[in-house]
Design a protein around this ligand. Structure first.
Ligand code: ATP
Length: 268
């Protein structure tokens, strides 16, 4: 894939391809590690040192410093899938939050092939039976030539078990839900397959937001939004705007919230 010379907001963007081909899928280069500090950190180091980094996939069986959002720890025991993929940033940098939206749609679809009731809790958690099965986190990073890339980091509880864990009331795994183990590679392949469609999703904003809305478990529900532990808003989640911000019907009006520092909790 060649880069175009078009630039906007200092972003040298790649042309949007008309359709992902099987070549794209085969061209994903996987870098396996038994243990990584964090696959997102490994991917970040790679982007910073290498211009030709797109479609490199970092996979680990455990992480010593698995990260969630806002400095949260992602528990990364053996049995989980920890992966990060580097994609070219094909949209304007000011819209890069849409990568998180689109990655959510791709990952939810992939996980639904194992657990059909999997839904997205805005912005980036995949829930089954109201418990977290998977988390994802996107980071925007520049390569040495100044070109932006998106790193999509995904942690899936595949064969992990939380029966004896402090997370037992809030976390689940494919194995805990199905009652039998799943091949971690199969889960990884299903996710990568869906992620190859991400550039197409990003290119059609209406379809993307519709797909995200359909995959969401919060629309129509009463929620509260927290920032630094304080309640910022209460209301009913009514949908998402064209940047993937959540729309909350409060007593006064409909407000939109960026996921930046905000955490959403279902009421009741
Ligand atoms: P937000 O709703 O703002 O995203 P969050 O609490 O879901 O907040 P994340 O950064 O998305 O935060 O995820 C990290 C949190 O998820 C941890 O603080 C912990 O509560 C929980 N967690 C950590 N590891 C796992 C895991 N393997 N499976 C399920 N949940 C986990």
């Amino acid at each position: 894939m060649s880069a175009s010379t078009t630039s906007s907001n200092n972003l040298i963007s790649y042309p949007i391809r008309s359709a992902p081909t099987s070549d794209d899928i085969q061209s994903v280069l996987a870098v396996y590690d038994y243990s990584s500090d964090s696959t997102n950190s490994a991917a970040k180091r790679f982007v910073r040192s290498e211009q030709n980094c797109d479609y490199t996939l970092f996979i680990a069986q455990t992480q010593t410093q698995g990260r969630g959002r806002k400095g949260n720890v992602w528990s990364s025991e053996l049995g989980g899938l920890y992966m990060s993929i580097i994609l070219p940033c094909v949209c304007d940098i000011s819209n890069a939050s849409l990568y998180s939206t689109a990655a959510g749609v791709c990952v939810q679809k992939a996980l639904c092939s194992f657990l059909p009731t999997c839904r997205i809790k805005w912005p980036n958690d995949m829930l089954v039976s109201n418990k977290k099965l998977c988390g994802l986190m996107c980071e925007l990073v520049c390569d040495p030539s100044g070109r932006y890339h998106v790193i999509i980091g995904i942690g899936v509880n595949v064969n992990s078990s939380f029966y004896d864990s402090p997370l037992r009331d809030t976390a689940t795994s494919i194995r805990d839900e199905l009652g039998h183990e799943m091949t971690i590679t199969d889960v990884c392949k299903a996710i990568v397959h869906e992620l190859m469609l991400l550039p197409l999703l990003i290119a059609d904003n209406d379809s993307l937001i519709q797909a995200y809305t359909n995959a969401s478990c919060i629309v129509g529900k009463d929620v509260k939004l927290l920032a630094a532990g304080n309640v910022k808003a209460h209301g009913k989640a009514v949908g998402f705007d064209n940047l993937g911000r959540v729309l909350i019907q409060t007593e006064i009006d409909i407000k939109s919230f960026d996921y930046g520092e905000i955490s959403l909790r279902l009421e009741g």
